[in-house]
Ligand binder design. Structure first.
Ligand code: NAD
Ligand code: WQD
Length: 340
């Protein structure tokens, strides 16, 4: 089967390419390289010993998407392409609605014209807003607090509406918690082109000496040590969840015609626990300073994972130490990302 992976040159997408190639699928990547380097795809080919097709295109270009789907005989789409920085979405909501909503709609229209009716969608735990129930179940009310989260929620509505309109469509909506880590080879990983906003890549840059210290945003939350607690999930576990979701779509069962599942471990760790785990993985001290809370942050957020286990037979395998080891291995082997 030929799978179209949008955003396949990016952080999560490149790991998904490895997983789908290793499972025996043919892969075509569409990416406009807005936040990625083509080198990541050469690394995917090195890891797997397999070739994959690359089309530099924008998901908003419906005609290009239709041509690519037809030319490669694609049967399903794994849709990672999008913009993902919460703070940037507050400053430039139009860009976020354009890529994440209009882009997804144009992609779906192109799929309709090309006769492709299966899609796996990258959603986010961000759509839940402040957790009212912990662990957070998929039935938790959606109350996204940023334009980014709202674009993901709108795309979810679009998929649900389309599925209700015609049973030929089959969709998996996957809500990621906090993806971290890298492929064990150290050949692909997260490559922030700017100052990292997320905890794990920031700590990695402190460990490597690129940044002086970590600012810990708040130590007065109601958590074990007062710092924010999150459900970090190894990116390789995360992309294996996509393969399981893809396989569930193929069964034709009614229960998996259009479904939504959380992808998390079900276990949360605090910022200081993440710092200690990184110190163990790197054998280096991670200097930090306590700073005020960051606007829009919640104290704790971790996933209810039973539905993913029941519906797609998926559970995370890796723990916090594995995530830190693999993130550090990637940073050590690629101190300037894919630039070399
Ligand atoms: P990423 O930025 O590394 O990957 C996104 C890819 O999409 C990039 O390669 C980028 O060049 C490409 N892209 C962006 N706009 C495009 C367009 N208009 N046309 C074609 N390609 C385009 O991000 P990631 O961390 O790999 O995230 C992948 C997906 O997962 C995103 O949709 C993101 O919202 C979602 N997600 C990510 C996280 C996270 O913490 N990383 C959490 C939840 C959900
Ligand atoms: C984790 C914890 C911070 C940086 C975001 C998006 C979410 C999803 C994943 C896309 C929090 C603390 C962080 C730092 C810190 N992305 N922190 N110092 O906020 O849970 O989720 O990324 O969908 O939508 O909102 O992740 O890694 O930014 O923060 O103390 O320099 O680390 O306060 O407690 P977050 P994060």
């Amino acid at each position: 089967m030929t799978i179209l992976i949008t955003g396949g040159a990016g952080y999560i997408g490149s790991h998904a390419c490895v997983t789908f190639l290793e499972a025996g699928h043919d892969v075509v990547v569409v990416d406009n390289l807005a936040n990625a380097r083509e080198e990541s795809l050469r690394r995917v080919a090195r890891i797997t010993g397999k070739s994959l097709a690359f089309e530099q295109a924008d998901i908003r270009d419906g005609a290009a998407m239709e041509r690519i789907l037809r030319d490669h005989g694609c049967t399903a789409v794994v849709h990672f392409a999008g913009l993902k920085v919460v703070g940037e979405s507050l400053r430039d909501p139009l860009a976020y609605y354009d890529v994440n909503v209009t882009g997804t709609q144009r992609l779906l229209s192109a799929m309709e014209r090309a006769g492709v009716h299966q899609l796996i969608f990258s959603s986010s735990a961000n759509i839940y807003g402040p957790p009212q129930i912990l662990p957070v179940p998929e039935s938790h009310p959606a109350a996204p607090m940023s334009p980014y989260g709202r674009t993901k929620r709108i795309a979810e509505h679009l998929l649900n509406d389309l599925s209700a309109s015609d049973p030929k469509w089959r969709f998996a909506i996957l809500r990621y918690f906090n993806p971290v880590g890298a492929h064990e080879s150290g050949l692909i990983g997260e490559n922030p082109l700017d100052v990292p906003q997320n905890l794990c890549p920031f700590i990695a840059q402190v460990a490597s000496g690129r940044r002086e210290k970590l600012m810990v945003y708040g130590n007065d939350y109601e958590t074990r040590d007062g710092t924010g607690l999150r459900d970090y999930i190894h990116v390789v576990d995360l992309v294996e969840g996509h393969l399981k979701a893809y396989e569930a779509l193929q069964t034709g069962a009614d229960a998996t015609r259009c479904f939504t599942v959380n992808l998390g471990t079900g276990t949360g760790y605090t910022v200081l626990e993440m710092v200690r785990a990184f110190e163990r993985a790197t054998n280096r001290p991670i200097p930090f300073e306590i700073a005020p809370r960051r606007d829009g942050d919640v104290g704790e957020c971790y996933a209810e994972t039973q539905k993913a286990a029941d519906l797609i037979d998926w559970r995370a395998r890796f723990g916090l130490d594995d995530m830190c080891r693999d993130a550090w291995n990637w940073v050590c082997k690629n101190p300037t990302g894919f630039e070399d």
